[in-house]
Every structure is written in C-alpha cells, then in structure tokens.
Design a protein around this ligand. Structure first.
Ligand SMILES: O=C(O)C(=O)C[C@]1(C(=O)O)C=C[C@@H](O)C=C1
Length: 305
C-alpha cells in the first residue's frame, strides 16, 4: 500500500490520485509518511518536495538528507489553486482566524492582506488538516485556506476561490521508497542528491558545481540547507538533469565523491514533464564510450589514433 502526506484532501492526496487510484494511507506529517516507508508499513509514500513559488519543502528535503536512506522513484507535478473555506453561514466579514499550511499562506499572503486585513493566520499541519479543523463547530478558526477538494470533503463553504497570488503555481511531489536499484532510465530523467563539503573553504561550492558543468549536466534545483550541526555549516541539496546510468551523470557523481565529504544519493527517476535534457557535444554516452576505448587502446599499444 502507498502512503501520503495527509489527511485526505491535501494537495499531496490529489497528486497521488492523479497517478494511482489504489487505496492509500494518509500520514499527518511528512516525517511520519517517510518513517512508515522505512518501517515497511507502506511500500512507498508521496510527499511534497518543491513549489514553484515557495521553493523547496524543508520538511521533506531535511528528512531525506538526514534520515535512514530512502530513494525517490517517481515525481508528480500538480498545479495548486487555493480557496478560502468556512463553516456554512460564515461570511467573509466574520473571518478573524484563518488556519492553513505555511506554504499555502506564503502563496496567498497578498490576497489575505487585501481581503481579510483584520484576520490572524495560524500556520501548521496541512491545508486539508486545516479544513478538517475548521469543520469542527468548536474550532477557534473561522476559515481554512485549502484546495476546493478539501473544502468540499470537510463540508465547508467557499468564501473565495482562486486566491493564489501567483495563479501559475505548481507543486512537485516525489514518491519515495526504500533503497534499491535505480529505476529504469527513460532519457528524460532527474537525479536528486545531497552534497556535503569536505570542509568549508573558498570555492567549495564552485568545486561541487564544476563536477556538473564539466560533464554537461544541467541542474534544475540547488539549495543550501543547514546540516544542523553548527551554525554556518551547510550542505547542498541538488536536482540534476539525467540518470545515474548516463555516463555524464555517473562521472559527475564520481567527481563529487572525490571532492566531497559525503554524497547522499536520493534516486534517479523519470521527469514528470518528460522533457529530455540538451546534452552538449562531447558529453553523450557515445562520446564517453569512444574516449574509454581510445584510452584502452592507448594503454595497450601506446597508439593514440
Ligand atoms: O498541505 C497540503 O495540502 C500539501 O500537500 C502540502 C503543500 C506543501 O508542502 O507545499 C503542497 C502544496 C501547496 O503548495 C501547499 C502545501
């Protein structure tokens, strides 16, 4: 059975339903969903990892980097639309206390400031947990910022729809399983990893970036995250275009292994948008094979042609 960051009605749940209609188990936090995978309670879990407006989802990035090793096997993209939902009978003017997920609030701040200037916003849980809380007549919250699906599911009424400050927002979710051989290479893949510097020194990040640049590997996300050891100590969470089975990616990873203290491999998996990377001349698998056979001949015969 699959798990997901729940409860029912989260964006994560909708993303899961877009790829699987099998029965799935909700977990109240990202950490609980990922721990259930580690414990073997579910075969894999879907969690949010990145939003086009808010950037990386720290709860997911940090758990994957530091917790017992797991592997991303698939990604799912979902456009996210928010509405303001309240118990039936509530009007917009009544709304004083709003509950939602921090990422959801960060994507609707301008609308809230313009339309509910007197409301206090509490951040926590998930958008669907906020809707479930508001549905309870004893709740101290008047309204939730959530998806229409969650508003309907928990019997709330829409006070406003389409309230996102950026209408084109998309969230990226990843399906995470226990460690195993990498998923099949499709030619339009992504690899996620975390690189820990050997020690802090000028150009340390440049050395990490060079491993990708030299091999013609494009990055689609890089962010520094605290290692949570001492102040000022960071690691780099990276999404790179390509698969572990691509020669250029394999060489970049070997290069990272040489210059880094630790490289955490979090999976190579098919891109949800199926966009193939543009591989520069000299960086294809065929180029690598030709170079390897040239070297073999050179070593065996001393001939360089
Ligand atoms: O709370 C939810 O519904 C989630 O699935 C989490 C989450 C997130 O972590 O970014 C997903 C999409 C939205 O951007 C807001 C919240």
């Amino acid at each position: 059975m699959l798990g997901y960051f729940g409860p029912a009605g989260t964006f994560t749940h909708q993303a899961l339903l877009s790829v699987s209609t099998d029965e799935a188990r909700p977990f109240g936090t990202v950490a609980q969903a990922l721990d259930a995978v580690r414990a073997g309670e579910v075969s894999a879990a879907l969690v949010p990892i990145e939003n086009s407006v808010e950037g990386g989802v720290s709860a997911t990035l940090d758990n994957l980097a530091a917790g017992d090793r797991l592997m991303i096997i698939r990604e799912v993209l979902l456009p996210v639309q928010f509405g303001l939902y309240a118990r039936p009978g509530t009007s917009l003017a009544d709304v004083r206390q709003i509950l939602t997920h921090p990422h959801a609030y960060n994507q609707t701040r301008d609308w809230v400031a313009a339309n509910c200037p007197c409301a206090h916003v509490t951040e926590g849980g998930s958008t669907a947990a906020a809707a479930a809380d508001v549905a309870n007549p004893g709740s101290r919250h008047d309204a939730a910022i959530c998806a229409a699906v969650a508003g309907d599911l928990y019997g709330l009424e829409s006070l406003a729809s389409g309230i996102a400050d950026n209408e084109a927002a998309v969230t990226r979710f990843v399906l995470v399983a226990r460690q195993g051989p990498p998923t099949e290479r499709t030619g339009a893949d992504k690899t996620t990893l975390v690189a820990y510097m050997r020690e802090d020194h000028p150009g340390a990040l440049q050395e990490i970036l060079d491993q990708f640049t030299m091999r013609g590997v494009n990055l689609s996300r890089i962010e520094s995250r605290p290692t949570k050891t001492t102040l000022g100590n960071y690691c780099f969470s990276i999404d790179a275009e390509g698969h572990l089975l691509d020669s250029r990616m394999a060489e970049a990873l070997m290069g990272l292994h040489r210059v880094c203290k630790k490289v955490v491999f979090l999976g190579s998996y098919a891109r949800a948008d199926r966009v193939k990377p543009r591989v520069p001349a000299g960086c294809t698998d065929a180029d690598h094979e030709a170079a390897a056979s040239w070297l073999e001949t050179l070593r065996a015969t001393g001939k360089d042609d």
